[in-house]
Design a protein around this ligand. Sequence first.
Ligand SMILES: Cc1cc2nc3c(=O)[nH]c(=O)nc-3n(C[C@H](O)[C@H](O)[C@H](O)COP(=O)(O)O)c2cc1C
Length: 208
Amino acid sequence: MKVLLINGSPRVDGCTYTALREVANELEKENIETEIFHVGNKPIRGCIGCGACYKTGSGKCIFNDDTVNIGLEKAKEADAFVFGSPVHYASASGLITSFLDRFFYAGDGFQYKPGAAVVSCRRSGSTATFEQLNKYFTISNMPVVSSQYWNAVHGNTPEEVKQDLEGMQTMRTLGKNMAWLLKSIKAGKEAGISLPEKEERVGTNFIR
Ligand SMILES: Cc1cc2nc3c(=O)[nH]c(=O)nc-3n(C[C@H](O)[C@H](O)[C@H](O)COP(=O)(O)O)c2cc1C
């Protein structure tokens, strides 16, 4: 079993990484493989709604000049996801927002795989950002993994984040909870529990 943790900060080893690392450590203790993937600090373009991903059915974005398609490739092998973002103006970073809009619009490998969001902030805006990230899971039939508190750490530097003892404990609990859910899903599969039957999708654009 493998968990893909996506670091949506422009800083490769900053506060968001510190939080994700704490989650990954717990997963690894439970013999679950992890990979922390950095979206990078180069521009990531937003979705232009061209629909090329749907038309081709490739499961890829037509734009190949940033990290989105690399992430989509890695997602195929993952059994669960953790998305991490610093809080930028009480929202997720522009980088992770552009990344996830295209990742979810083009990709199809997430359905029924557990997901969790993790945020890092200096002071405020954590729950708004947490809520923003959780919305990707809840439109994708993904079980959301929670912890003992909303998944946030506080600090401007990794050293400050490590002093946020409650935040770090929240991350460890999240890792343990995700490991437990992954093992439960695996046991369920082995016992013959199949995925829920899906209805053909109805799409109404508030016309009538
Ligand atoms: C452009 C920008 C906007 C920010 N906005 C907020 C904010 O609204 N609230 C907050 O508490 N911290 C804010 N911060 C601070 C970061 O959220 C905080 O330092 C975070 O832990 C950095 O994580 P990182 O090292 O992974 O990038 C902002 C930082 C930047 C660069």
